[in-house]
Design a binder for this molecule. Structure first.
Ligand SMILES: [Zn+2]
Length: 381
């Protein structure tokens, strides 16, 4: 059994309805290091729900064997609002049906208020500063109010994670290989986690834009470090990552058990759970910049026909897909081609096969930043 299970009630969005967020805690409250996991913030990304299930089994075992050193918080289903959003028989959990936008954007940026509260309050001791900053971030967050259910959900999730040393936001892509997003400042941790998970791509960013959950957790640390450089040392005390657990249909017990085992080995490697993690597996990739991800865009409406598959190494200029106009001439009609803008790995693509002009449908991880990829606008909608 977890040390504690919290039931966090979200504000009722309609008479007669009430949704609840469940958070399981393992280990002694307040013990360090603290790790935080949440699954399916985009509620139609199911692989994370199964990984969280396996992770909880591993934590139960670790708890029973007295191997919890730090504290681990698991929110096994991070978006009860989205989980209830069905339209015409399909679960649609990326955007809020109430029109508040993408569930993984618009988390509050706590740094600006925290900077003012911390001015003049840091010491020469990094560990003391970490504690002060965590207290401050918790206090700033506690002062935030939300009326809407989705805004309350965001505050509740951030409140559970904001003082963690390690934050894992479990997502998936449409059709994809396992990959990670993390801040460039944490490239060493991302490399180790990527090796454990067998990640095919590790995408590092300076400023993704849009305030996703991982940045809301880790970002205050480097923003405070920059703003308070004169006042005292500010360690980057939170490693937060978005783990993309392959594609939406990759919901399999064997994958999920292996992924959960890899996450638990990472916790052992970082002293959250006691035990020998074993040798680090050989990494499958070197980290590459998020600005180097070529996001291919459909030039016209039509049937999307891929010329390249997941995991293929692509050369710049290579045709990755064509768009067929089903109403065009059967013989000799042009098929607009979409060519790669970089050398790299095709690691994610859209599962739907009908595109609209301007629709983004495929991602290639290249090593060099691309001119059209601008800091602050690096994530899709
Ligand atoms: Zn997602």
């Amino acid at each position: 059994m977890p040390t504690l299970t919290s039931r966090i009630e979200l504000p009722s969005s309609a008479p007669g309805t009430r949704r609840v967020l469940l958070a399981h805690r393992y280990g002694a409250p307040g013990a360090r290091p603290k790790a935080y996991f949440q699954a399916a913030l985009h509620a139609d990304e199911i692989p994370g729900l199964l990984v969280a299930h396996h992770l909880l089994q591993g934590l139960e075992q670790a708890q029973a064997e007295g191997r919890l050193i730090g504290e681990v918080v698991v929110v096994p289903a991070a978006n009860p609002i989205g989980l209830g959003q069905h339209l015409n028989g399909r679960l649609l959990g990326r955007f809020d049906f109430e029109s508040t936008g993408n569930f993984n954007r618009g988390f509050p940026d706590l740094a600006a208020v925290a900077v003012e509260r911390l001015r003049g309050g840091l010491s020469d001791d990094p560990a003391t500063n970490v504690n002060r900053i965590r207290e401050t971030l918790r206090a700033v967050l506690a002062g935030q109010k939300a009326l809407r259910e989705s805004a309350a959900l965001k505050l509740a999730l951030l409140s559970l994670a904001i003082d963690a040393d390690y934050v894992f936001d479990l997502h998936c892509d449409s059709e994809s290989l396992l990959h990670l997003y993390a801040a460039r400042q944490h490239s060493d941790e991302a490399r180790i986690l990527g090796a454990e998970l067998g990640a095919a791509a590790i995408l590092l960013e300076d400023d993704p834009g849009g305030n996703p959950f991982d940045e809301a957790c880790a970002g205050p640390w480097w923003k405070l470090r920059a703003a308070l450089a004169e006042e005292g040392p500010v360690p980057l005390a939170c490693f937060a990552t978005t783990v993309e657990l392959r594609g939406q249909a990759d919901v399999r017990d064997d994958y999920a058990a292996a992924d959960a085992a890899a996450l638990l080995r990472f916790l052992r490697r970082r002293g959250v759970v006691a035990g020998e993690p074993g040798p680090l597996p050989e990494p499958c990739c070197e980290p590459t910049p998020l600005e180097g991800v070529d996001v291919l865009t459909a030039p016209a409406a039509g049937v999307l026909v891929y010329r390249a598959g997941l995991g293929e190494r692509i050369t710049a200029g290579e045709v990755v897909a064509e768009v067929v106009d089903p109403l065009g001439e059967p013989l000799g009609a042009a098929r607009p081609e979409v060519r790669a803008g970089t050398d790299g790995l095709l690691f994610a693509r859209m599962s739907e096969r009908l595109v609209r002009p301007g629709q983004k449908f495929c991602k290639i991880a290249g090593r060099e930043p691309l001119d059209y990829r601008q800091a602050g606008k690096l994530l899709e909608d």
